[in-house]
Ligand binder design. Sequence first.
Ligand code: PSU
Ligand code: MN
Length: 307
Amino acid sequence: MTRAISPLLPIVYSAEVTAAKTRGAPIVALESTIITHGMPYPGNLDMALSVEEIIRQQGAVPATIAVIDGVLHIGLEPDVIKALAQMTDVMKLSRADLAFAIAERRSGATTVAATMIAAARAGISVFATGGIGGVHRGAEESFDISADLEELARTAVIVVSAGPKAILDIPKTLEVLETRGVPVVTYDSEDFPAFWSRSSGLKSPLSVASPAAIANFQKVRGQLGIDGGMLIANPVPEEFEIAREEMEIYIGRALANAEREDVTGKDVTPYLLDNLFHLTDGRSLKTNIALVENNARLAAEIAVAMI
Ligand code: PSU
Ligand code: MN
């Protein structure tokens, strides 16, 4: 392992990522909040290891990102991933507190927003996740809008997702992304997906049919001097999909439970995901794992096409 970049910023690259950077190989960033706050153990560990393997099979190198004891890690060794998957007192880090965790020597998992910041810092321009955060239902009252949206507007990283999580208000999420100038591009479909389902009932603002087209689109944005990232929506494979109408019933119950228990702030998304895991007898988790794997494959293809 190498300590690099700045003597002021404690940052460690995995051996695999260091080698990839040296030879200019394609790298795909992966977040860690999905491991610590998005899925229960041991499904989270299986997912974290399998997505890395999928990226390697496509000829790219995985870089799972987290803060461990105040050190920003770009690429985690398998034993660290194993430990992280079982940790219960890890912070959930976004733009507001990524630096806090480093400054205070804490451990924290990076959300989409914090992973984008770290990836950009490390020169990685493609990132695979499950679903981004967005505008929560009832945001007109709660003001709960994920910092992921603002980060997409600011930081030049291509984020491959299965759409915004269906627990959110998807039309409002699309409106904010449009206002902030973030391209929303569905892969190989005109329908905008809703995480567990292949369609949200909304048309996708843009769509493309190949990883090379995505790479080229981002290149042209750069040539025009347009800052910021891009959201790729990759519909979950059909065999793992949970129909939208069915999922809506569970989401309604999970939202009611969250309200009754007064869940707010950072706890909302993890609470809802855990509730849905129980309400669907674990089916939502199987779908979640399948869609992250599917996104890892596409992200690797995009990273390869960008070289
Ligand atoms: N996608 C998943 N599971 C997750 C998340 C995304 O399949 O747990 C995490 C991501 O880290 C995302 C975060 O950035 O949820 C959004 O949280 P919030 O709504 O509090 O911004
Ligand atoms: Mn929030």
